[in-house]
Design a binder for this molecule. Structure first.
Ligand SMILES: [Zn+2]
Length: 248
């Protein structure tokens, strides 16, 4: 049974019996997996604060191939995202990132870019305390890297560019159409300014976007559209999405 060293972000943990924890991890070298940490709940647990939700850690994993549950050998913390979660809105946003990563990313599929995406978005959340732009950035790139992002610049029907016109979201086709091509299903209007936002951050690093400008007014509108698209692909409602909608 090989012992593999990897970086990881802890997505979620839960108790297993009296002393153990099961951690759902997004690892850099092995993709997303679940692993049991023996003794993680005991008083002199050797994992310290490393197995807390959203911690960025270095972890050694006994890789039991073809098994559903791996085993944590040891872990040490590289960066904590624990304190920022004292702010309830930030905590919900962090839980949203964990929930989407857990459901959206296939088991054991290595994806370096998604790993880095989650890390930079967590850092942006921690530094700014802002919800909308970090989550929008995450949603956009997660969909795009996964090949699930519909064209946000032109109508799926006639291919005409939206160029300053509103679009309409069709939840059945999971795509945007123009005023002329919309059907009874595409009732949700997406403003031209929300669609225009994509150009603002598409070629920018998240740190620059957040530090240099203030949040544009349509950020939340575009974020909510992308959340709907994520849910459409998951074919399941996200628990944290509803909570976030109530909180901000
Ligand atoms: Zn059209």
């Amino acid at each position: 049974m090989p012992l593999i060293e990897t970086e990881a972000i802890v997505l979620r943990t839960h108790r297993l019996g009296e002393a153990d924890k099961i951690a759902s991890l997004l690892t850099r070298q092995l993709g997303r997996l679940r692993a049991v940490a023996k003794g993680a709940l005991s008083r002199r647990g050797r994992y310290g604060a490393s197995l807390e939700p959203l911690s960025y850690i270095k972890v050694w994993i006994y890789d039991r191939e073809n098994r559903d549950l791996q085993r944590v050998g040891s872990a040490e913390i590289l960066e904590s995202f624990f304190e920022m979660q004292g702010d309830y809105r930030v905590q919900l946003a962090a839980q949203y990132l964990a929930e989407v990563s857990e459901r959206f990313l296939p088991d054991r599929e290595v994806n370096e870019r998604v790993f880095r995406l989650l890390l930079v978005v967590l850092r942006a959340l921690k530094r700014s305390g802002e919800i909308n732009r970090p989550l929008l950035f995450f949603d956009y790139w997660l969909l795009r890297l996964g090949g699930f992002l519909p064209d946000l610049s032109r109508c799926m029907g006639c291919q005409k560019s939206f160029a300053g016109q509103d679009g309409f979201y069709d939840p059945v086709a999971v795509a945007l159409v123009c005023e002329n091509c919309r059907t009874g299903a595409s009732t949700e209007r997406v403003s031209a300014s929300a669609l225009g936002l994509v150009e603002l951050f598409r070629r920018t690093r998240i740190e620059q976007w957040i530090e240099k400008e203030s949040s544009p007014p349509c950020t939340q509108e575009l974020r909510r559209l992308l959340e709907q698209i994520i849910e459409a692909h998951l074919e399941k409602k996200l628990t944290t999405r509803a909570l976030l909608a109530d909180a901000i």
